[in-house]
Design a protein around this ligand. Structure first.
Ligand SMILES: Nc1ncnc2c1ncn2[C@@H]1O[C@H](COP(=O)(O)OP(=O)(O)OP(=O)(O)O)[C@@H](O)[C@H]1O
Length: 224
């Protein structure tokens, strides 16, 4: 679904931050992405959902070269990829359920209330559907962000340090949801500094661990 070949990227066309990266993300795969702060993990993930375009090399997403996508093509790609950020943003004047429905509204689709109800159950936020985002805890915000990320039934979820602000129990709850999503045959790309979380995940799923170091993408050792 994502195929990157010899991709390099530098902001404003400057010195490459990421160089000569190649990766294939298969349907149903689970990848963790690690690397020192500032190594370019967020940048790499933004390239994967065509929020940034490569400076050189090739980036194919769902069989299409991202540099050749029209505005509609980019919008279609974004519907196939759900994104969860470390600090998810919501429209604070709308209830949580409406925030989860936003991608459907933006896509001009009728809001599927049954699906929203199912998603609220899935992320254990049924009690909070009518609440407003500022009243949610950090873990609840991340679970709401995950529900919003999957409402368009994406084939891939990209999570950029989603547990960065969460304690261990909340991190595990979010990880468990991503594992469930993966076990439905969907792909996950998960950036994290938390090696214990990676070890916990590997007890349940086969995950590859990627690391960005010295601008390059490496496959981390099996010991992780
Ligand atoms: N929009 C931008 N314009 C220019 N430079 C940027 C931009 N965004 C990020 N950078 C720089 O690119 C480098 C990599 O940033 P990035 O956020 O991708 O790293 P990261 O590995 O995700 O970091 P962290 O783990 O701290 O979140 C940093 O030096 C950052 O300052």
């Amino acid at each position: 679904m994502i195929e990157m070949q010899n991709l390099s990227f530098g902001y404003s066309g400057g010195e490459p931050l990421l160089a000569d990266m190649s990766l294939t993300v298969q349907p149903g795969s689970f990848h963790f992405l690690t690397g020192p702060s500032g190594s370019g993990k967020t940048t790499f993930l933004r390239l994967c959902y065509a929020d940034l375009l490569p400076s050189s090399g090739r980036m194919m997403a769902f069989g299409r070269d991202v540099t050749e996508l029209s505005r509609d093509g980019i919008a279609a790609l974004r519907r196939k990829v759900g994104v969860v950020h470390q600090d998810p943003q919501f429209l604070d004047h709308l209830p949580v359920a409406d925030n989860i429905a936003l991608p459907q509204i933006v896509a001009g689709q009728p809001v599927n209330t049954d699906l929203i109800s199912d998603l609220l159950d899935w992320v254990q936020l049924r009690q909070h559907g009518a609440a407003f985002p500022p009243s949610l805890s950090g873990g609840e915000r991340q679970r709401a962000a995950l529900a919003r990320a999957v409402i368009m039934t994406p084939d891939l979820v990209i999570a950029d340090e989603p547990t960065g602000n969460l304690d261990w129990d909340m991190s595990m709850r979010l990880l468990d949801l991503l594992i469930e999503f993966n076990q439905e045959g969907k792909a996950v790309l998960f950036a994290t500094h938390d090696l214990n979380l990676i070890r916990a995940a590997k007890q349940h799923i086969q995950a590859r661990v990627l690391r960005i170091a010295n601008k390059r993408l490496q496959l981390a050792g099996a010991d992780l």
